[in-house]
Ligand binder design. Structure first.
Ligand SMILES: Nc1nc2c(ncn2[C@@H]2O[C@H](COP(=O)(O)OP(=O)(O)OP(=O)(O)O)[C@@H](O)[C@H]2O)c(=O)[nH]1
Length: 514
């Protein structure tokens, strides 16, 4: 490493790690947007609302489900440069496990209180978690732009219920930006820099982990002691497994790569770990060669509050349900499932959730997974082989190897109709491959119709034959004789149909009395 420990101490002095905590909808994500806008010097039209709520469900419901971290560079009024590592947390009680994990990476917390709602249940609960962790708290009254805001009354509530003095409480409107620069100054001047020893052995706390199809498990860490360089060999302390650090990065909020994480910093690492169980939240990472003797305290084990059993409608769907649950558990460490057997409903899964909203979110994510099952079925029908399936929060990318002959005809139309026009298709020619195809001829009254001779895959001989015979039967008018339609392969008939001859109608001239 090119930087010495004196330099690291100097850097550490200007790092501020903090989380934004509050009751649901009190304005955490909106305030994070303002911070990003000011620190990244963005104009109002360059910033999207709730930038850190990247999941599709978060955008639809307007709530934060997963805590998100972002690194911002802030230049204070005294021209000092600060590195802010901000974590936007969810406000709903079902996701309070995310809050406590996020706070363990911080030295301070911004407690947001809606000036129209006052102190609510999660305001108190989250504040207590932060105090228990001995974090410095900056209380902020938000939404003071609203006409029905009553700041004086809420300030009194904060004093009485939480015990914070009124002169410490800042006021702002995250929507208009009023009062936000003052909050940034307060963070720089009043929150503590991270504690920790850059010279001791590496101790990095795993705050969160999730699965990426390309990079494997991505681990969000806070470097408590020591430092971590790209390419170094690390050891996961609980499993003693050793991995090489392939990528190190931060969110700005874009995911970018950097070379190292210094003591006190928060960032992500990827080490080609295949299973999320290989890097569980709360675990400690150290260096393989210069190891720390002790692991960090970690987190309390999550206790599930709501249990529900999920059964597939037909036993054929058991494996695909299992795969979907597995994929969900890779991205949500607090979700649990195990196989269950019922006499009436057959094989299924018993699942544990943190609350009813958590259950609802998992159910919805599962249902969305099933929606792409129809597209998967179409690709399978077209003899496709799945190469990859990648989730990009709002989008899913399916990569298939499909014979060209299957997609040139009506594949795109069917894809569009299944997806109601939302799917897009891109393809490129890969290679020629020997296949089990046959030449199938259509014969009408012993005459081969050359124009209808076709090359068909062996699996589709009967489907193709039935289709062509039915079509011709409807098109050829009946004659005084039978018309025989056949399909044949190598002079062997594989299917046959007949257009029946017209018969004399002996009753046509008869009257009622005849
Ligand atoms: N008028 C006004 N509206 C605000 C202000 N701050 C946030 N809002 C609105 O309040 C709603 C909730 O804001 P969010 O930032 O999503 O709240 P949150 O605390 O992040 O919500 P969760 O993460 O789901 O707990 C949104 O409709 C915002 O536009 C403000 O200062 N003034």
């Amino acid at each position: 490493m090119n930087i010495n420990s004196n330099q690291i101490y100097f850097f550490m002095k200007n790092i501020r790690n903090f989380a934004i905590i509050a009751h649901i909808n009190h304005g955490k994500s909106t305030l994070s947007d303002r911070f990003i806008q000011i620190c990244n010097n963005l104009s109002p039209h360059e910033i999207k609302n709730q930038m850190l709520d990247t999941m599709e469900l978060e955008k639809e419901r307007g709530i934060t489900i997963k805590a998100q971290s972002v690194r911002l560079n802030y230049i204070a009024k005294n021209k000092n440069k600060y590195q802010f590592n901000l974590i936007d947390t969810p406000g709903h009680t079902d996701f309070s496990y995310e809050v406590s994990r996020s706070l363990s990476a911080c030295e301070g917390a911004l407690l947001i209180i809606d000036a129209t709602q006052g102190v609510e249940a999660q305001t108190v609960a989250n504040c207590h978690i932060a105090l228990k962790m001995q974090l410095k708290i900056i209380p902020i009254l938000n939404k003071i732009d609203l006409p029905h805001a009553y700041p004086e009354k809420v300030v009194k509530e904060i004093e009485n219920i939480i015990g914070i003095k009124s002169n410490c409480i800042l006021q702002c409107s995250a929507k208009t930006g009023f009062g936000v620069p003052k909050i940034l100054e307060c963070i720089a001047n009043n929150l503590d820099p991270p504690h920790g020893d850059p010279n001791s052995a590496l101790q990095a706390l795993i705050i969160d982990s999730w699965f990426d199809n390309y990079l494997g498990v991505i681990i969000l860490v806070k470097i408590k002691n020591g430092y971590l360089k790209r390419g170094e060999k690390i050891k996961i302390m609980s499993t003693q497994e050793i991995y090489s650090v392939i990528h190190i990065g931060i969110f700005t909020p874009e995911k970018i790569n950097i070379k190292y994480l210094k003591c006190g910093e928060v960032g992500w690492i990827a080490c080609s770990i295949k299973k999320i169980q290989g890097a569980l939240v709360g675990d400690t990472i150290t260096l393989a060669l210069y190891s720390s003797k002790n692991a960090l305290p970690g987190f309390k084990k999550v206790s599930h509050k709501v249990f529900a059993s999920i059964f597939p409608i037909s036993s054929k769907k058991y494996i695909s349900l299992k795969n979907s649950l597995n994929k969900l558990s890779l991205n949500d460490a607090s979700f649990f499932y195990e196989p269950e057997n019922s006499c009436a409903l057959g094989m299924g899964f018993k699942c544990g959730f943190l609350g009813l909203l958590h259950l609802e979110i998992i159910q919805e994510r599962l249902e969305r997974e099933y929606k792409i099952s129809k597209i998967i079925a179409l690709c399978n029908e077209k003899r496709g082989v799945q190469i990859n399936l990648v989730y990009y929060d709002i989008n899913v990318m399916l990569i298939y190897e499909i014979p060209m002959s299957e997609i040139i005809l009506n594949f795109f139309d069917r894809l569009q109709s299944i997806s109601r026009g939302y799917a897009s298709l891109n393809y490129k020619f890969k290679y020629f491959k020997k296949t089990n195809a046959v030449i199938i001829k259509t014969i009408v009254n012993k005459t081969v119709l050359d124009a209808l001779t076709c090359i068909v895959h062996k699996n589709y001989i009967h489907i193709y034959s039935q289709k062509i015979i039915e079509k011709l039967k409807n098109l050829i008018p009946r004659q005084q004789f039978d018309i025989v339609i056949q399909t044949s392969i190598n002079n062997q008939v594989v299917a046959k149909g007949t257009v029946k001859q017209l018969r004399k109608n002996v009753l046509s001239k008869c009257y009622g009395g005849d």
